[in-house]
Design a protein around this ligand. Sequence first.
Ligand SMILES: NC(=O)c1ccc[n+]([C@@H]2O[C@H](COP(=O)([O-])OP(=O)(O)OC[C@H]3O[C@@H](n4cnc5c(N)ncnc54)[C@H](OP(=O)(O)O)[C@@H]3O)[C@@H](O)[C@H]2O)c1
Length: 308
Amino acid sequence: MNLLFKTSSLKATLWQSELQRLVPDLVIRKWPDFGDPGEIDLALVWRPPHGLLKTLPKLKLIMSLGAGVDHLFEDPELPRVPVMRLVDPRMIGEMTEYVTLAVLRLHRLDLTYLEQQRERRWAEHIQPVAAERRVGVLGLGQYGSDAAFRLKSLGFDVAGWSRSPKNLPGIACYAGESGLAAMLARTEILVCLLPLTPETEGILGAGLFAALPRGAMIVNVGRGRHLVEVDLLAALESGQLGGAVLDVFREEPLPEAHPFWRHPHILVTPHVAAATNPLTCAPLIAEAIGCIRHGRPVANLVDPERQY
Ligand SMILES: NC(=O)c1ccc[n+]([C@@H]2O[C@H](COP(=O)([O-])OP(=O)(O)OC[C@H]3O[C@@H](n4cnc5c(N)ncnc54)[C@H](OP(=O)(O)O)[C@@H]3O)[C@@H](O)[C@H]2O)c1
């Protein structure tokens, strides 16, 4: 089988050696010089150029080199071929670590104390305990539910929001449009773990911020385009929001002149919450290739209508 491989990862060589070890007869064709498009059976890609995948007439499966598939559905000419995403327990664990750290930092007023340290100012603030802190998680999928359970285990008062109704032990579950308003009204720290789709783009904007209690804080680990950046700056300026931890941005790398870098109430990380790991993800790809070969159903296919 011939696999088109396109990545910008620093771990491209490790990816190739792991795939070759697990599927010795796989022919890996690296983009952009991948030879005859008519020979490609499978695509393992991150941000393929628009129109590329439709030029592969024998393509049987498109595999995203990440948990998200928004980078594929952005292509207006995406062919009607099954799309698989990575669901890797290691990545989910990494994300939960990141979210836990971010929520704890906001909960323990780290942004305030960092600012005070820069000013050499000694001042104490009232500190609630976790049980008195209401956290809301947007998206209760693989990542959101794992993060919600960990936050709950740390004692936080946790709610979550999804499209379809859920029943997760210990988590106050909300669904749909009306559920969102109810969850936001009780949320002091909001974590976005939604997929980016036409429905969720721009969800972290002025309207949503206004529905949160004054001084609420946000963590965005979904995608940069969930956030309306000017609305975040305005909400921080007015005091409607008290702080933000951001891992994803509309433009990545975040431009040097971007106001987020120096904002005293924003913590920035360079899209590192959960990185794709070839050692744990290559076996998932090998498994999918085996399924295609033997006509078995492939796991973790996305619904092209919902785009997640
Ligand atoms: N920053 C990073 O390093 C990083 C790493 C990995 C992933 N991510 C991001 O995390 C996202 C989530 O991944 P996942 O694996 O948890 O996805 P998932 O398993 O597909 O879960 C998505 C969740 O979002 C909910 N949802 C989707 N559209 C909605 C809508 N319109 N209204 C309400 N709820 C909606 C779904 O509701 P239902 O359950 O009702 O379907 C589901 O609970 C990825 O798409 C990616 O963007 C970021």
